[in-house]
Design a protein around this ligand. Structure first.
Ligand code: PEP
Length: 255
């Protein structure tokens, strides 16, 4: 499938940043800058900012996502937020399996799969994050690691459900480090993820799957990364916290 037929998706991962007043300030600045975007634009905010973000973006082309959800619909899981709770708020997207969750909060391929299933069941659009560490890249096992993460996360996911998903390739060594994968490295692994999806669901389903690159993407390097045939957008951390920088990436994806 021609890349132009897949929706490009630029998603901001605000991580644990922005109070409600800061959310208002950032979104008010962003709205006019991305109003004419030729791609999907998503902001993934902390849980406490979701309601404000939804109100501030109502009627605009900005979509709102969360950064995690639990696998159970409700119950004795102190501190957690469920997928139906997010859906009920009006949240559309949810980031799952981010490397910071895997690194600091004991997230495993198995828990990512359970959260993914819950998100799909609640009607959310998951942004599934996968990516290798520097040690794994240097050991030459990037392909195996990423393929395993994708396959494990997608256990029990149907082809129809894949149609609601986005996969983000985020090499751990490039996240928040200022060290970006080369366009060739990003394109190669995104292509491999598409091959894995094709092996599981067939070529047509894989061709329709948006695959993002994430890892120190910014206004300067976005165009080159997004020009890769299998890179359909970006998951943006640091640069999503400044309206002008994020809008420049959106513009690069709109061409
Ligand atoms: C991320 O958190 O998903 C990310 C890609 O961060 P950064 O852009 O800051 O590297």
């Amino acid at each position: 499938m021609n890349k132009a037929l897949r929706p490009a998706v630029i998603a901001g991962n605000w991580k644990m940043n922005n109070t409600r007043p800061q959310t208002r300030e950032l979104l008010e600045a962003l709205k006019p800058l991305v109003a004419g975007a030729g791609c999907q634009v998503v902001v993934c905010t902390p849980f406490t900012d979701l309601e404000a973000a939804l109100a501030l973006t109502a009627g605009t082309n900005l979509h709102v996502g969360a950064q995690n959800c639990h696998w159970a619909a409700s119950g004795a899981f102190t501190g957690e937020i469920s997928a139906p709770m997010l859906a009920e708020l009006g949240v559309e997207y949810v980031v799952l399996g981010h490397s910071e969750r895997r690194q600091y909060f004991g997230e495993t391929d198995a828990t990512v799969n359970r959260r993914l299933r819950a998100a799909l069941d609640a009607g959310l659009r998951p942004i599934l994050c996968v990516g290798e560490t520097l040690d794994q890249r240097e050991a030459g096992i990037t392909g195996e690691v990423v393929a395993m993460q994708v396959k494990a996360a997608l256990c029990g996911v149907t082809a129809e459900e894949l149609g609601r998903m986005i996969v983000a390739y985020e090499p751990v060594w490039a996240i928040g480090t200022g060290r970006t994968a080369t366009a060739g490295q990003a394109g190669e692994v995104c292509g491999l993820i598409r091959q894995v999806a094709a092996g599981l669901y067939g070529q047509a389903a894989a061709d329709a799957l948006p695959i993002q690159y994430g890892g120190s993407m910014n206004a300067k390097n976005a165009a080159e990364l997004l020009a890769q045939p299998d890179v359909d957008g970006g998951l943006i951390g640091g640069a999503s916290l400044k309206a002008a920088d994020f809008a420049a990436i959106v513009e690069a994806a709109s061409k």
